[in-house]
Ligand binder design. Structure first.
Ligand SMILES: NC(=O)c1ccc[n+]([C@@H]2O[C@H](COP(=O)([O-])OP(=O)(O)OC[C@H]3O[C@@H](n4cnc5c(N)ncnc54)[C@H](O)[C@@H]3O)[C@@H](O)[C@H]2O)c1
Length: 437
């Protein structure tokens, strides 16, 4: 492929060396004459292990050159890889001015030179609305619609500085978010089969958010390790001995478990144990804002759900699943119990269905928690799912139940079905409303 690379910094320079090494014809473009000169001399404008040899070979094999002239770059390529910076604005937002400048430049050149087919692929990190803006700029400047002679791809980059060259050949994943099918076809020609990585073709906004989810998660992991480390230190425990075993658990800890968006956590362990650690942190004046913030964040989840359900018209609320998770009758610190308490307090008629729960069978702490929050719980419980569905204006679904159970349900028209657990079989229900999807 003939690829122009806009921006010859950390991402662009590595892309130049590695894509040329794969056999593509590369033309780098930067506003900095110094960086352009370095690339043309086969020298890396940045420090990155292995890049010097790749650039020297690329220049020697005439697979790479660089220019300061964007018209030269666009004229001699079929796809532009945009790797310009996206620094923070004063408020912390994405400064998209370099991206937008490049999109406008490319669009105008494509129109001026009447290039029949061109694709812009952004590697820079930016939020979904910036990519939408890039698409709008390209459509306006070229006078074409996406898929009709112009295409756009959000192609986030996941390489780590210092080992970026190694990561390029062994990426954790490859993600393409193309605007249309024609453009997606071009993406498939980009990397050879020797680069073995799970490859995902998604929508541009999804591709953009994957990068942010990744980086937020990496920051969370570092912060989590450090806060647990601080607590270990004040308690006189070796944090590495703890985290070595923590990381060895690939079933519950280092795994997809607990990571899919859904409702607040609850139960007899998570809130209690988090409170215990936070209490010890306060007592020892150990700042653990992330661990403490998790208690507040969970409370916010509950408040947000209540706001989405409660209204002045006081709709009848049916709750499907009261225990803190499905497959149990444990209601201790179940977040949905807290919601039921508020729904009742605000005058909403409430009915509850829980396949494993009968108030008469509740004993001990389980019973006292449930009845303390909702003293008339027995009156709200209903033995049949269909009865709750027939009665409610809003259904709040917190448990998955069996697919055949949902398939047998007859929905009421005009009803709202608020799904907190992402049940595939429920999405077709009239009035379906996913919690965060
Ligand atoms: N550095 C990383 O490891 C890394 C990893 C993943 C994603 N990213 C993202 O990739 C993007 C680039 O990061 P970077 O670290 O390579 O940035 P950088 O600042 O090192 O390089 C950006 C380059 O773009 C050039 N540039 C600016 N305007 C231009 C224009 N109109 N035409 C041509 N070139 C222009 C600049 O001169 C500079 O050389 C950012 O969005 C960043 O968040 C970076």
């Amino acid at each position: 492929m003939r690829i122009s690379i806009f921006g010859l910094g950390y991402v662009g320079a590595v892309s130049c060396g590695c894509l040329a090494d794969l056999g593509h014809e590369i033309i780098g473009c930067d506003v900095s004459q110094a960086k352009v000169d370095l690339i043309n001399a086969g020298k890396p404008p940045i420090v990155e292990d292995g890049l010097d040899v790749l650039l020297q070979n690329a220049i020697k094999n005439k697979k790479l050159r660089a220019t300061i002239d964007p018209e030269d770059a666009v004229r001699n390529s079929e796809v532009a890889l945009v790797c310009v910076g996206t620094p923070s604005t004063r408020s912390g937002g994405v400064n998209s001015v370099y991206l937008e400048t490049v999109a406008a430049q490319i669009g105008e050149i494509v129109r001026k030179l009447n290039i029949p087919q061109f694709v812009v692929m952004t590697r820079s990190t930016s939020l979904p609305h910036v990519h939408a803006q890039m698409v709008a700029i390209l459509e306006k400047t070229t006078g074409r619609a996406m898929g009709k002679g112009i295409g756009y791809v959000c192609h986030p980059e996941f390489l780590r500085e210092g080992i970026a060259v190694e990561d390029f050949y062994n990426p954790p994943k490859v993600v393409f978010g193309a605007t249309d099918a024609v453009t997606e076809t071009l993406c498939r020609r980009m990397y050879p089969e020797s680069i073995k990585a799970p490859t995902f073709y998604v929508k541009p906004d999804v591709a953009a958010m994957i990068k942010y989810a990744d980086n937020c998660f990496h920051a969370l992991k570092v912060t989590f390790g450090n806060e647990i480390g601080m607590m270990c230190k004040v308690l006189g425990v070796d944090s590495h001995a703890v985290m070595d075993v923590f990381c060895a658990d690939q079933k519950l800890n280092i795994s997809p478990k607990y990571l899919k968006p859904g409702f607040a956590y609850g139960g007899s362990c998570l809130p209690k144990d988090l409170r215990a650690i936070c209490d010890k942190a306060r007592e020892t004046a150990t700042p653990v804002p992330m661990l403490g913030g998790m208690l507040q964040s969970n409370k916010d989840q509950i408040d947000q759900l209540i706001k989405r359900v409660v209204s002045e018209s006081r709709p009848k609320v049916g709750v499907i699943g009261l225990a803190f998770k499905e497959g149990t009758d444990d209601v201790r610190e179940s977040p949905i119990v807290a919601c039921v308490e508020v729904f009742c307090g605000k005058g909403h008629p409430v009915k509850v269905y829980d396949e494993h729960l009968s108030p008469q069978a509740l004993v001990g702490a389980n019973r006292s928690f449930a009845f303390q929050a909702v003293p008339h719980l027995s009156e709200l419980m209903c033995g049949k799912l269909q009865e709750v569905v027939d009665w409610a204006d809003v259904l709040v679904v917190t448990h998955r139940l069996k697919p055949e159970t949902w398939a047998a349900v007859k929905w009421k028209s005009g009803q709202r079905v608020l799904d907190l657990v992402n049940i595939a079989g429920l999405r077709a229900a009239p009035g379906y409303d996913g919690l965060y999807w």
